[in-house]
Write a protein that binds this ligand. Structure first.
Ligand code: ZN
Length: 217
């Protein structure tokens, strides 16, 4: 369990270093079996230590740690209860949050977005920490590895903590891309056929996973 707390703390520090977690805003969790390790409320995430991570049961009961879990605990627990996610990252990344203040969805401008499942939905705004927010985000995440939260931020999930962190970073990059492309003009969106062609070609090649160079031949 202490390794899980260390891993969550390291992920929080990395996301803070990358500019996605600012001050105490945002939270990170990971599940191992039926325990969840989640960053605590009010912790400065750039300096997150294992002691700043609290271990809870799926019902939210504190099992290990001195600090109160994040106020967004309901969001994390809802995603573990109802999806196969093993890790959840919630950020107020500047570009993701900006997009979530304007758009209803982030269209597919770049094929890398297909790693997150396609068009990224923006969950309607709901009070932070509320069950309504948890429900809206769960719905927006259907068949996706990331979602935006209206006038609030972003959520990324993954089959590992590392994957959830990478998905959060990718979402922020895509939101930045949308912002910059929109400053130049009206971005061209990849058609459904163009997206399907990428998915059809990438799956057999194992796109996005390291592989020996012989397979490229
Ligand atoms: Zn938040």
């Amino acid at each position: 369990m202490s390794t899980l707390r260390e891993d969550v703390a390291a992920a929080a520090r990395r996301l803070a270093h990358e500019g996605l977690l600012v001050g105490t805003a945002g939270n990170v969790s990971a599940r191992d079996g039926d325990v969840v390790a989640v960053t605590a409320s009010g912790v400065t995430l750039a300096g997150c230590r294992p002691a700043d991570v609290t271990v809870v049961s799926p019902a939210g009961e504190v099992l290990e740690g001195e600090l109160k879990p994040t106020p967004e605990l309901a969001l994390h627990l809802a995603l573990y209860a109802e999806t196969s996610a093993v890790a959840v990252v919630h950020t107020h990344g500047p570009y993701s949050t900006a997009v979530a203040c304007v758009l209803d969805e982030l269209p597919v401008l770049h094929y890398q977005q297909l790693l997150l499942g396609g068009v990224i939905r923006v969950a309607p705004y709901a009070t932070p920490g509320s069950p309504e927010l948890a429900e809206a985000v769960r719905d927006a995440l259907a068949d996706r590895r990331a979602a935006l939260m209206g006038n609030h931020g972003s959520v990324a999930v993954g089959a590992s903590l590392e994957a959830a962190v990478e998905n959060a970073l990718l979402l922020e990059w895509l939101a930045t891309l949308h912002h910059r492309a929109s400053a130049l003009g009206t971005p061209r969106v990849l058609t459904e056929a163009e997206q399907q062609a990428v998915v059809g070609a990438a799956v057999p090649r194992g796109y996005g996973t390291p592989k020996p160079h012989e397979e490229d031949a």
